[in-house]
Every structure is written in structure tokens, then in C-alpha cells.
Design a protein around this ligand. Structure first.
Ligand SMILES: C[S@@+](CC[C@H](N)C(=O)[O-])C[C@H]1O[C@@H](n2cnc3c(N)ncnc32)[C@H](O)[C@@H]1O
Length: 489
């Protein structure tokens, strides 16, 4: 294949000035509108780059890394030479096929898939497989241009594709499944000289996490219901239905060593009193062992429940009971098996107190290994679901290490909102459970948590001030009750 014959006519530009050298190319550049994509600082993957027109446009619009790939070696050499001549070092041209791209290695902020879909489907890849690959390769935005139907002259001339294998309804359905936003830009008009030609340009953004779950969770074939944006009811062949939650890369749970987390969870589930996550091995790897910066998934048994209402006293009591059960189970576990914090690699997790109380930077206080444990860390009513009239804890991704019993204290904070008079009763019950934890340590940790939350909310564009005020009030009541207890002791 000669260089000249494989360069598309609507792609011709002057290699020195990068200016289009014919009307079709000029119109195409305008219609693509790549400069409107906010490419500054972004990485771009241009799949089927041809002579690199789109890659050059991205490089001159501020993209910092442009990975241009094509199966045609002559074209790849052409792009390399022109990038070098223009001093555009951010362009990396490589001879690679679409099917050889790897999501871990080649994922980019912006993916360009311009006039390539019909080629790869013609080569035997299904639309579903093409979409699965594009979804996995796209971090933010996919720009796709494609012939509208198999009756397109360029398709019918080059391939034997049938309507069943390639049609725009199927393509748009898949795009909608894969991306939160699918924006139809235009039917392109630059493609002249071919009567009946109709090609569409779409820009898709925010890849959905819940699609292609079977890639990350073997055996799970479909999402039955989206409970919250990161929690889905899923089903698969031969598997019981369960709930899958995406766990963000910075979830406290991710900081716990896997061994400790697994033991913690299995010990608690053995008690049969809590609903706990089931970890799924994926490709020999535990799902929570995600690469740094990536989210991962945890599967919970599915409970046909509804999220508990935050204003129900009954709900809070049940949450409280669950937290107690969790802590008791963990305390038993700790007594024999946990070993020291340093041994478990947990010593660094004490930082929450130090971070928000710099004046206590060197504070070790009376809190030694034995007073620290795994906390649920986020006992609130939205992490609780109701099952046949009873409530069970659902969510464990906020497990972390803290003063033992902190999660119980958090449930106390919530309970106070319903009935301030119960506070001292709750505090006494908690005290009986964890008498060895120094009260001072508890107070410091509790305040530290609150300050941490405050800091988070400040960074949030629309902080929930009302919730913050309510929490402060509850905190005052709980701390008051703790001081009373202190005096009594
Ligand atoms: C119609 S051209 C489109 C070029 C460019 N994307 C554009 O829109 O200006 C299709 C390009 O895809 C390349 N191509 C075909 N099959 C491919 C594959 N499986 N992987 C990567 N590139 C492929 C061809 O070599 C060709 O350069």
C-alpha cells in the first residue's frame, strides 16, 4: 500500500504549516471541532490515526501526550517523521492494532475513534467488543465518527458487513450503555463525492462503571438495578444475586492490609449477626487489591431491602446493635490473633489524630496497641438497610483503624438527634463494653473525626452546613456525657 493511496482525501494537510490543503479537509477540521474539547494537559489516544491529522490538531491544542496508533506501518512512519520535523515531541506514533491496545497501559483521557469502527467490525470484531474496548480505554471522553449504515458506499465497497452486524441503532445503544453522556454533534458534510454518504460524529463522556461488570466480576452478567450511583444489584448465571459496590481508591478500607481485612470480615460473618461483604478473587487477585488510584469492587450478599430512613429511632438502635456486635467480634479476634499494630503495618494509620491536632503531633498518650482496633468508621443510617423488619449493616468500605469503640460512639452521635435524653444511657452502655479505652483518647479521636469531616466539607463545593450543625450539636451532647462519666470514674 503506498503512502499516498492510504492517506484519506479529507485528511490532506501541509506538513510544515499543518494547514489543510483542500476544501474537504478544511471543512472536516471545522466539523470535528477538536479544539473545543479542552485538550490542555490531557492525554489522547488516536486509534487508526492514518496520516495523523487529528493527532496533530490535538498536539497543537495543548494535549500533553498523544498516542497515535495505526496498523499501516507506512502511515505510522509518516506520522513519526512529520511529528519529528515539527518538533511535536508529545506525539508517540506506534504500529498497533485496536485489538492489541491494553486498558491498563493505553488508557487515555480522550480517545479518538474516527472512521475506524466499520473497519474493525469488517475485520471480525463485534460492535459489543469494540464498545467494551473503547469504554475500557477511555478515561474521560470518546470522540467517535462512524458511517451511519451498511448502505454507505465506503462500507459496501470495502466490506461484506450486514445490517445485523453493523447498524447505528446498535452503536448508539451501546454508547448509551457505556457512557453517562452521549452527545450527537452532527452528520458530517465534508465527505463529498459519494452519493448517499452519511456519517455521524458523537462525543461521549463519563464512562459508566456499572457496564461490563463481567470483566471485573467473573460470572456476573447484568446489572438488575442501580440502587445508588455506585451500588448495584447484579445477577449472573448460576450465581446468587448480590450487591456490588464500587470502593473508591482512597476508601479507608483500602488502607488495611488485606490479611487483616479478610480475617476481620470472616470473623464477623461467622457470628452471623452482620451482613458483610464477600470478596471476589479476580484473575487470581483479590478485588480490593486495585492498582493505586483505581477504584475497585466489593460484593455484598444482596438483600431485598430498602435504605433505612434517617429519622427512625428503631433504625438507629439497630445500627447501634450491629456496631456493638462488630466490635465484640473484633475484640475476640484481637485478643488472640491480631498482633501488634506495627507488625500489621498499621502504625501509620494513626495519623488522623495527628493531622487535625498538630499540637499533639508527638502524642502517644495512654493509647497503646491494645486500645486500637478496626472500626466501622461510618455507621450512619444510609449505610444500613432494613431486612424483613430488621436492620443490618451493609457497608464496610469505611472500615479503618481507630480507638476501639469509635463506631459505637458515632452511632451515639446519630442517636442523640432523635432523643437527647438517651445520650447518657448510650454512653454508659458503650463504656461497659470498652472500659479499657481511656476517655481522653476517645474524646480526642471523636473531635478529630469531626474536624476531618469539617475539612472535607469545606473543600466540597456545596458543603452540607445544616448537617454539620446537627453533628456539632450531637457531638457536644456526647462529649458532655463522656465528661460526666469521667467525673463519675
Ligand atoms: C478511514 S481511515 C480513518 C483515519 C483517521 N482516523 C481519520 O478519521 O482521519 C481508517 C484508518 O484505520 C486504520 N485501521 C484499520 N484497521 C485498524 C485496526 N484494527 N487497528 C488500528 N487501525 C486500523 C487504517 O489503516 C486507516 O488508517
Amino acid at each position: 500500500m503506498s503512502k499516498q493511496s492510504s492517506v484519506c482525501i479529507y485528511n490532506e494537510f501541509d506538513p510544515v504549516t499543518l494547514a489543510p490543503t483542500n476544501d474537504q479537509t478544511a471543512r472536516r477540521i471545522e466539523e470535528l471541532g477538536l479544539e473545543r474539547l479542552e485538550l490542555r494537559g490531557r492525554s489522547v489516544l488516536d486509534i487508526g490515526c492514518n496520516n495523523g491529522l487529528a493527532s496533530f490538531l490535538c498536539a497543537t491544542s495543548g494535549a500533553v501526550d498523544v498516542h497515535a496508533v495505526d496498523v499501516n506501518p507506512d502511515l505510522v512512519e509518516l506520522v513519526k517523521a512529520q511529528a519529528q520535523a515539527r518538533g511535536l515531541n508529545c506525539i508517540r506514533a506506534e504500529m498497533t492494532g485496536f485489538d492489541q491496545l491494553d486498558a491498563q497501559r493505553d488508557q487515555a483521557d480522550v480517545v479518538l475513534f474516527l472512521e475506524v469502527l466499520h473497519w474493525v467490525v469488517g475485520q471480525g470484531m463485534s460492535i459489543r467488543e469494540a464498545m467494551r474496548r473503547l469504554w475500557a480505554l477511555t478515561r474521560e471522553t470518546l470522540v467517535m465518527e462512524f458511517p451511519w449504515s451498511v448502505s454507505e458506499p465506503s462500507i459496501s465497497r470495502q466490506t461484506a458487513l450486514t445490517e445485523a452486524e453493523y447498524n447505528s441503532q446498535l452503536i448508539l445503544e451501546w454508547l448509551t450503555l457505556c457512557f453517562d453522556r452521549v452527545e450527537f454533534r452532527c452528520f458530517n458534510t465534508y465527505f463529498q463525492g459519494q452519493p448517499g454518504s452519511c456519517r455521524a460524529l458523537v462525543v461521549c463522556s463519563r464512562p459508566k462503571v456499572s457496564v461490563f461488570l463481567d470483566d471485573v466480576l467473573p460470572g456476573i452478567s447484568r446489572v438488575e438495578r442501580e440502587v445508588t450511583p455506585n451500588l448495584w444489584r447484579v445477577a449472573g448465571s448460576g450465581n446468587p444475586v448480590h450487591t456490588v459496590k464500587r470502593v473508591s481508591a482512597d476508601a479507608p478500607m483500602r488502607k488495611l492490609p488485606r490479611g487483616l481485612l479478610e480475617t476481620f470480615v470472616s470473623e464477623i460473618s461467622a457470628g452471623g449477626r452482620l451482613v458483610v461483604p464477600r470478596f471476589i478473587a479476580h484473575g487470581g487477585r483479590f478485588l480490593l487489591d486495585g492498582v493505586k488510584g483505581e477504584s475497585s469492587y466489593v460484593a455484598y450478599p444482596w438483600l431485598e431491602g430498602v435504605m433505612a430512613e434517617a429519622d427512625s429511632m428503631e433504625a438507629l438502635e439497630a445500627a447501634y446493635a450491629c456496631a456493638l456486635a462488630g466490635i465484640s467480634a473484633y475484640e475476640q479476634l484481637e485478643a488472640g490473633k491480631r498482633g501488634s499494630l506495627a507488625e500489621q503495618g498499621l502504625a501509620d494509620l494513626h495519623h488522623s489524630v495527628r493531622r487535625v491536632h498538630p499540637d499533639r503531633a508527638g502524642w502517644t498518650g495512654p493509647v497503646t496497641d491494645e486500645f486500637w482496633g478496626v472500626n466501622h468508621g461510618d455507621v450512619h443510617t444510609r449505610n444500613v438497610i432494613r431486612l424483613t423488619g430488621q436492620l443490618q449493616l451493609l457497608d464496610f468500605d469505611n472500615c479503618d483503624v481507630g480507638v476501639r469503640g469509635m463506631d459505637i460512639l458515632w452511632s451515639l452521635v446519630l442517636v442523640t438527634e432523635d432523643d437527647p435524653a438517651t445520650v447518657s444511657g448510650w454512653v454508659r452502655r458503650w463504656r461497659a463494653l470498652a472500659p479499657q479505652v481511656p476517655l481522653e483518647a476517645v474524646q480526642v479521636q471523636l473531635k478529630a473525626h469531626c474536624l476531618g469531616w469539617e475539612e472535607n466539607w469545606r473543600r466540597h463545593s456545596q458543603p452540607d452546613l445544616e448537617l454539620w450543625a446537627r453533628m456539632k450539636l450531637s457531638l457536644g451532647l456526647v462529649l458532655g456525657a463522656v465528661s460526666q462519666l469521667e467525673q463519675a470514674e
